[in-house]
Ligand binder design. Sequence first.
Ligand code: ZN
Length: 93
Amino acid sequence: MGPAQRHIPTRTCVICRNRREKDGLFRIVRTPEGDIVFDKTGKLNGRGAYVCKDDGHWDDDVYRGKLQAALKIEIDDLTFKLLGRAIISHVTE
Ligand SMILES: [Zn+2]
């Protein structure tokens, strides 16, 4: 018997459009209440968008534009800044 084929779930990054294993991605969620949050657990309800863990341009309007398109919602300056801060502090934990 050969080794069982391991199923590795992959997702597409909304910034660079590369497919990656979920481990290499962060999930950002637009909650049913319309908040934009960093989903540490990957289990939050809402519309999710995946971004590479190493893409991190949290001061970049192009990055924000792609995230807005993926989540179909406007992301204001403060929300975008707080989102970036949450992710950066998670990375450096
Ligand atoms: Zn990417």
